[in-house]
Design a protein around this ligand. Structure first.
Ligand SMILES: Nc1ncnc2c1ncn2[C@@H]1O[C@H](COP(=O)(O)OP(=O)(O)OP(=O)(O)O)[C@@H](O)[C@H]1O
Ligand SMILES: [Mg+2]
Length: 269
């Protein structure tokens, strides 16, 4: 039975290592050594509530993408447990919408057909998903681009198309792996504001991965800071500020400053 008071998703003491085979064709001794074990995540315990916006921040290689792969069920942890609504559920793919680190739009499908890929894979009613997608294109800044191919879109538009595909799956949890990583600072800022609008409309829980301290502070209810590999949770920082947080007012900037200092210190920057 599901527990109404349990967090939407909770990870308990999750660890993961990769076995990497490094073979040199010139060194026969390599063949005898066997795979090298690389610990990537160590004892990760975290929880996300319904409709909560949680961010994971950490250095490159700290295992953030691996953690999202584990949360959505594409990978299994070596140790630990993942609970959905308080129950251990191994097959989480049907519960979680995932936007991987690269947008992965299919170049031979139009924007609309790319956006419908998620609902298609989920086996949703396609006529209904199509109607909904067409209705949502303006909110995602893609009005009039339904029949365009990805190559003709700007970077920001491609990201928004990938986001629409993810949100359209209508899962309780949405995982976003550096959705704005490849964009310039100005576009990122606009996209952050826009993402908050989308989140307040869809009201799904979001787990966002970023390298960007300001992105974490302006968007999140809570931030988890990961260490360098193997990723451990160094700190959990609730951001107790009203939104929107990216304004020009001096008092807003002053309110953000202690959070920025705390996150930068935790990251050793
Ligand atoms: N399938 C795999 N096999 C072996 N090693 C892997 C595999 N996937 C990831 N790794 C290693 O695990 C570590 C963590 O990778 P991961 O992609 O999770 O980091 P990340 O925190 O997302 O980094 P970035 O911020 O650069 O995206 C890296 O050292 C990477 O080389
Ligand atoms: Mg990554």
């Amino acid at each position: 039975m599901s527990d109404a008071h349990a967090p939407l998703i909770a990870l308990h003491h999750v660890s993961k290592a990769f076995r990497v085979v490094e073979r040199s064709p010139h060194d026969p001794a390599d063949r005898r050594r066997g795979p090298r074990v690389v610990p990537v995540l160590e004892d990760i315990t975290l929880a996300v509530a319904r409709e909560e916006f949680v961010t994971l921040i950490g250095p490159s290689g700290s295992g953030k993408s691996t953690l999202l792969n584990i949360i959505c069920g594409l990978m299994q942890p070596d140790a630990g447990e993942i609970r959905l609504h308080g129950r251990p559920i191994v097959d989480r793919i049907g519960h979680v919408g995932y936007m991987p680190q690269r947008d992965l739009l299919l170049p031979w499908r139009t924007v609309l057909d790319n956006v419908l890929l998620g609902p298609e894979v989920m086996g949703r009613d396609l006529a209904e998903a199509r109607r909904e997608a067409l209705e949502l294109l303006p909110l995602f800044g893609l009005d009039g681009f339904a029949d365009h191919y990805p190559a003709t879109l700007s970077g920001g538009m491609r990201q928004r198309a990938a986001l629409l595909r993810t949100f359209l799956c209508r899962q309780e949890i949405v995982l976003l792996d550096e959705p704005f990583g490849a964009l310039d600072a100005l576009t990122r800022r606009t996209m952050r504001r826009w993402l908050l609008g989308v989140w307040s409309r869809f009201r799904q829980a979001v787990i966002l991965v970023t390298h960007d301290v300001d992105e974490a502070i302006t968007l999140s209810d809570r931030v988890y800071v990961l260490s360098a590999r193997p990723g451990r949770i160094l700190e959990e920082v609730p951001i107790d500020l009203p939104r929107p947080r990216e304004t020009h007012a001096d008092d807003t900037a002053a309110a953000l400053a202690p959070y920025r200092q705390r996150l930068l210190a935790a990251l050793g920057l």
